[in-house]
Write a protein that binds this ligand. Structure first.
Ligand SMILES: N[C@@H](CCC(=O)N[C@@H](CS)C(=O)NCC(=O)O)C(=O)O
Length: 222
């Protein structure tokens, strides 16, 4: 049995980034295992079923195979941290809307992001076509951020944290285009995350691929 919950993670994966971000800001400790997707460790594969990252295995063996499961797990472990109330509203209507934004990201935006990023693998349409499709999401996000600093008010919710790693990728496909785009509210919002200490030094800290007998990596590192 592990002393700490184990988080299988991959540094650049947007799903893993959002899980690590919530874990980091809530200060819930896990043992981080960096995974190379092309050579996943036997310990992850032998769990059976899906072997995507992030995945969390709690000390009692409970398994959380999706980034959102991990985010809610972290919130449930942070009972004494007042920050959890701004990340996840206690109001049912807001909870519903937070989930709707995450769904919109995961099931609509992500699909066009992948095509935009790898337009050469989807030659049916041009890179610009895929970018235009993704901009439908960006326009809505920007309009929302014109009214509030974050999606649900003046503090970040899990919707912001779940979405920003994907917008980061979209922006990076053609950084010059993004920098000159009209999405000024998104630029400010995104920079707030990317330039934060927690993102730069904790969430995106680099680790070598995990090996079974190595020393445990405590995350978030103090
Ligand atoms: N719905 C999953 C998606 C996770 C996912 O697709 N992760 C990618 C890396 S970014 C992955 O593990 N790909 C390799 C695989 O699926 O085996 C979540 O929210 O955690």
């Amino acid at each position: 049995m592990n002393v700490l919950p184990v988080l299988y993670s991959f540094r650049r994966c947007p799903y893993a980034i959002r899980a690590r971000y919530v874990i980091a800001v809530l200060g819930v400790y896990v043992s981080l295992r960096e995974v190379i997707l092309k050579s996943k460790p036997e310990e992850l594969l032998s769990l059976g079923g899906r072997s995507s990252v992030p995945q969390l295995i709690d000390v009692d063996g409970s398994r959380y195979p999706e980034s959102l499961d991990i985010i809610f797990w972290a919130i449930s472990r942070a009972a004494d941290n007042p920050l959890k109330d701004s990340l996840w509203s206690s109001q049912v209507k807001t909870q519903h809307n937070i989930k709707a934004w995450i769904k919109y990201n995961d099931h609509f935006f992500k699909c066009w992001l992948d095509r935009y990023k790898y337009a050469d693998r989807h030659p049916e349409f041009s890179e610009r076509y895929y970018r235009n499709k993704g901009e439908v999401f960006l326009r809505r996000l920007d309009a929302r951020l014109a009214k509030k600093v974050f999606l649900f008010g003046n503090t970040a919710s899990i919707a912001d944290i779940a979405v920003f790693p994907f917008v980061r990728q979209f922006a990076a496909v053609d950084q010059a285009w993004f920098d000159h785009s009209e999405y000024n509210n998104i630029k400010t919002w995104l920079a707030g995350f990317l330039e934060s200490e927690v993102f730069k030094t904790v969430v995106m800290a680099k680790y070598t691929a995990w090996e079974p007998r190595q020393k445990e990596i405590l995350f978030p590192a103090s």
